[in-house]
Each structure stands twice: as C-alpha cells, then as structure tokens.
Ligand binder design. Structure first.
Ligand code: NDP
Length: 361
C-alpha cells in the first residue's frame, strides 16, 4: 500500500500545483465569447496555460536531472497514478455538482452533465474549465515524457524512433492547444457544456491517462524497426489533420471577432446572413460543416501510425475514441445551430451538405 500511495497522490499534488500556478503566474487578460448566466455580461479570463505548462515541465526536468525523482517515475507509478486520477475525478465532480443548486433534472443526469456553466475558483482568478484543460494537457505531457524515458532506459542500445516521433507529435498537439488557448474560448465546451463528471473526470483522468494509450502499449516493447516511410507518412497525416483543425478554428475565430477580416491575408469571408446573424460558408467552412473534426481524427490517426507498430491494437483506440466522440457531437451541434439560426442554418446545410468528410459523410 505504501508503495502505491505516492503514485495515487501524484495527480492530486500536480492538480494543486497547476491550480496554484494558474492563480499566481502572470496572465493575459481577455474578454471571452460566453456570457455570464446571471449578469448577461461577457466573461473575462486570465489565460496563462502555456506558462503554467512550461513551469511544470521545467520542474519535472529539474527533478529528473537532480535525481529527486527518476525520469520514469510516472511510468513506474502509472497504475496507482491512474487510480489516483480516477478517484480525484470522482471526488471533484461530486464536489462541483453537489455544492451547486439543482436545475430541476435528475440527480444522475446533473452529476454527469453538471449544474454550473462557467464556475470560477480562487476568488475568480481561475476559470474552472480552462484550469481543467491546462491540467489535462500538462499531466498528459508529463506522462508521455516519463513513459518515453522508461522506453529509453529499458532499451538504451536500440530505442524505437517511433517513440520519439509519437512524443514529438503529441507535444505539438498539446502546445498548439496552449498557444491558441484564447481560441478555445469560442468552442462548444465553453458555451454548450456544464461542469460535471463528463468534463471533470474527462480532464482529470481520461485526458492524461487515455490519450497516450499508444505509449502505454509501446513503451515496454523493443524497436520494431519499422520502415522509414511509416513515421514519415504518420507525420504527413498528422499535419494534414492539424492544418484542417487549426485552420478551421482560426478562420471561425477571426470571423467571430471581425466578419469582414480577410483570413490569412487571402481568403475573403463569404457568409450567409438574415440581416442579424451570419454563418460563414467559405474556406474550411465551405468544405464540410465540421471539417475541423476530420482534422482531429486525422491527427489521431497520424499519432497511432507514428509508433511504427500498426498491428498493435492499443494505439488505434485513440482515433476510435475521436470518431465515437465527434460523430454524435456534430449531430448535437447541428441540432443546436438549427435551433439557434433557423432558416439560415437550413440554407447553410443546402450550400454545404457534408457534415464532416467532404463527399463521404
Ligand atoms: P466547432 O469549433 O465546430 O464549434 C461549433 C460552433 O461554431 C457552433 O455551435 C456554432 O456556434 C459555430 N459555428 C458552426 N458552424 C459555423 C459557421 N459555418 N459559421 C459560423 N459559426 C459556426 O466545434 P467544437 O467547439 O466542438 O470544437 C472546437 C475544436 O476543438 C475543434 O477543432 C475540435 O475538433 C476540437 N476538439 C478537440 C477535442 C480534443 O479532445 N482534442 C475534443 C473536442 C473538440 P455559435 O453559436 O458560436 O455560432
């Protein structure tokens, strides 16, 4: 039991550290997209995810160099760590929901989907949703680094280059989110979801412990000596997906800020309007109605391939998860937009008939 306790407590300690750093480190102050449910005013945010992330990775590196904590400590304690994150997710979800006034639905549903829309912590300095994402991203990165360290310590003579490519691509994915943290303020999680088990458990446990599922399987395996074209193909697929997801997100973000702004200095936005509201129907948003979701699935596919072991099942669970998450989410968002935009959305559906994959779905 005493062997497992440090691992179990690790996610609790890291979450406290991330929360403390989020409150204390300097931050960019921005106005968001979501309105306060009570006052109707646009919410304001302090954003410093990239700085919090860099500080935590720096601390981890210093602990490794100084010998305070072995490089592969999070690998060695991965099962007790996952149990600790699971427990933390349950406790935090119960605390977040049960301390909020009920919304008139069933308790089980409210536990899962949440009650509060955009709660703040530490006297309003930290937005709960943004904290959850920064924690998930940071802890995922620490796990990936530690799992890769285990691989290198186990096979020092002949490590797998696929492990490096996998960690490099995932690091890009995580840093991309943190660099464009502000863009996330304009997404579904922020305006359509409440803070319950789904979001809390998702960020405290699932994000740091499931996303790297490929390395859970591959870190302990010897170099498969995959052909060179495989990691090259994986990288191309990953960046094709990234271009679609990041491009679509940025185009919509700029359109919401300034509907006339020319995107990337070239693409003049075309929109359909009812005189009051506008829906973008050019560029990424003219290809399919959620080409950004296709981008996410391609990125996940690139990550699964990058390990150089395509016959291994575990890495494929990650792209499969995206398909299971994003297909129903697109349906849900489509219903939401149809209710919000009415005839305008019908017109958009006529102009852009594809949901996610152009000419296929
Ligand atoms: P979107 O960014 O597609 O946002 C949907 C919203 O955008 C709609 O509700 C609508 O909101 C607005 N919108 C949709 N179409 C148009 C249009 N043509 N013109 C103008 N506004 C439009 O989806 P998400 O918020 O779900 O995703 C954001 C990003 O996060 C995506 O790249 C997604 O892939 C990624 N993601 C990543 C996950 C991960 O684990 N890595 C998980 C889930 C998502 P409004 O009311 O503002 O008009």
């Amino acid at each position: 039991m005493t062997d497992h306790l440090p691992g179990f407590l690790a996610p609790w300690v890291v979450s406290a550290a991330v929360l403390g750093l989020s409150a204390l480190l300097p931050a960019r102050r921005v106005v968001g997209y979501v309105r306060d449910e009570r006052t109707g005013r646009l919410l304001r945010y302090r954003l410093n995810g990239a700085l919090v992330f860099a500080t935590m990775v720096g601390l981890w590196t210093a602990a490794g160099y100084s010998g305070v904590m072995p490089w592969d400590w999070l690998w060695t304690h991965r099962w007790s760590g996952a149990a600790g994150a699971l427990a933390l997710g349950f406790v935090a979800s119960a605390a977040a929901v049960l301390t909020a006034p009920g919304r008139g639905g069933s308790l089980l549903k409210e536990l899962y989907l949440g009650r509060r829309a955009n709660p703040r912590m530490l006297g309003g300095r930290v937005d709960a949703k943004m904290f959850l994402y920064v924690f998930g991203a940071t802890y995922l990165e620490l796990n990936l680094l530690s799992f890769a360290a285990h691989h290198y310590l186990t096979f020092p003579e002949d490590p797998s280059p696929g492990v490096v490519v996998y960690v490099a691509l995932f690091t890009w994915f995580v840093c991309d989110y943190l660099v464009f943290e502000r863009v996330h303020l304009y997404t579904y999680d922020l305006f359509a979801e409440r803070v319950g088990f789904k979001l809390i458990w998702g960020c405290l446990f699932f994000y740091p412990y499931f996303y790297g599922v490929g390395l859970w399987a591959a870190a302990d395996l010897p170099n498969p000596h995959a052909p060179v074209w495989l990691p090259v193909l994986a990288t191309l697929v990953f960046f094709a997906g990234w271009s679609l997801a990041r491009g679509a997100n940025m185009q919509k973000f700029h359109f919401k800020l300034d509907p006339e702004r020319i995107f990337l200095g070239r693409f003049r936005p075309e929109a359909i309007s009812d005189g009051e509201r506008r829906v973008l129907c050019s560029g990424f948003w003219g290809v399919s109605r959620h080409v950004n979701y296709l981008g996410e699935v391609l990125m996940a596919t690139g990550l699964a391939l990058s390990l150089g072991q395509p016959a291994l099942v575990a890495p494929w669970l990650y792209p499969l998860y995206y398909v299971l998450l994003l297909v129903p989410r697109e349906r849900d968002d489509d219903r939401r937009c149809a209710a919000k935009y009415g005839a305008l959305w019908d017109e958009y559906r006529r102009r852009v008939p594809w949901r996610i994959v152009p000419r296929v779905y």
